[in-house]
Design a protein around this ligand. Sequence first.
Ligand code: DON
Length: 575
Amino acid sequence: MIPTARPLRVLPGVRLLCAILLFGLSAAHGAPVTPPAAAIASAHPAATQAGEQILAAGGNAFDAAIAVAATLAVVEPYSSGLGGGGFWLLHLSGEDRSVFVDGRERAPLAASPDMYLNNSGELVPELALNGPLAAGIPGVPAALDHLAAHYARLPLSQSLAPAIRLARDGFTIDAHYRRLADWRLEVLRASPAADEQFLLAGEVPPEGHLLRQPELAGTLERIAARGRDGFYTGELAEQLVAGVREAGGIWTMEDLRDYRIIERAPIVFDYGDWTITSAPPPSAGGVGLAQMLGMLADLNINAQDRVTRVHLSVEAMRRAYRDRAAFLGDPDQVEMPLARLMHPFYLVGLARDIDPNWATPSQPPALQEAAGEPADEGRDTTHFSILDKEGNRVAATLSINYPFGAGFVPPGTGVLLNDEMDDFAAQPGVANAYGLVGGEANAIAPGKRMLSSMSPTFVESDQGVAILGTPGGSRIITMVLNAVLALTEGGTPADWVAAPRFHHQYLPDVIQHEPAAFDAEEAAALQAMGHRLEPVDPGMFGNMQVIYWDRSKQRVQAASDPRGQGEAKVLTGAP
Ligand code: DON
């Protein structure tokens, strides 16, 4: 298990001990200085504005994070919300300390490893994706309360006010909402309260329609007044449990009452002059990034031509995702050899196993049939990045998993439930909705947190600090990898978020890529090395939000992914 008192650093031999002893006594990159501007980058303009309003009212980055997360719950109901979970990576400038707030959903206490299998022992994937049986116990309301209680300055009644207003007064439906509601139409129709909340007479509302969510406003008001108790106990909790159970789910009042936020030490490691701080298990992000960047540093990736770079990156991805499937899960229920998985000797060994000229097949071809398909969705779930004028930072990635989650709303609550249970390996070796396979480490168990790819990340050196992350299911970690490689080579946040993307996840054994990622010559060269290429619609490949505080130029820049509808703002006038 990772010690919670200090970050787990990956450094060679004796340096590891020194780093552990010294960390916390001195800042890794000198005395903290404050940035010349605040900034917010989120996936929706209304959320960015809500954060801006809260900063202007005297809130810090953590108050703004509450406002942004709650607003996204209202205006991006297909991505995240009170019925979901997420990870908040915080940096407290005053203490020069980063902390990881784990608000991941957990399996209900009545969950069992075979809950999605039929009588013949076969997986029924729809059960883990649609309706109340697919829903883990939400963590977002507890996380909002946790941030307010420990890090923020303003009362929840103030930081939740913009979201409450938008839920009550409404927001206008755009084409993206329409496309996703259409994709989940049958599931939304199957839940009377979801139908009522998100559809118009059983159909996808027209563009420009004003969508009001009075019951969600009421639930937000309960949280504003009573904090986590407003959600996890009392009348609302009873409505949630009754609604779930009446529709075939297994939640109990105990599940809600016992849900806890867990603060964990982030994964921290060095890549060249840069220090990367990212998500520990139950995210696979930080470990995966440490492994991939460890291999690529050994292979001197930046000195290679484009085709070799892609080949080596893909081979590093393949090996990291193999370990993900074999070893990673909920750190509170599973023993994981994390120190070994990120040890420099092990990573050099993996790197030297890469053939410079030839793709390594992931498995004997016969087994690849079981591997599933690359996901055809990739912009839901949401990420936002915040920097305040004191230098406090938030990178938060929040999810209800599939577009519109489980598509189920317990009547009277306005809370759309997640279908995060699909992130478990519901059957060893059988792929989930993102084509990911897993084993015992990520098997379903009561109260267990399902393994995630969400990877809120800081990348920091004397030159500057970046705050970043993205949605995209299994592709999240490799998108962050590509962004880290790009930013350590220069450029601006706008370049990093726009760069064409590619991804490999061990199984299926293909390079998923945006069409613009490779020209014909590069594609032919990669194929000649034995790689299979699979183009993915660019609109499906993430929605990254980045802030970069360039310390050498004392300048703040921010960018929102051109694939989405987000808004990034640098707030020079912020207090
Ligand atoms: O936690 C995870 O890894 C997933 N539930 C995230 C889902 C996601 O990013 C959906 N977007 N395509």
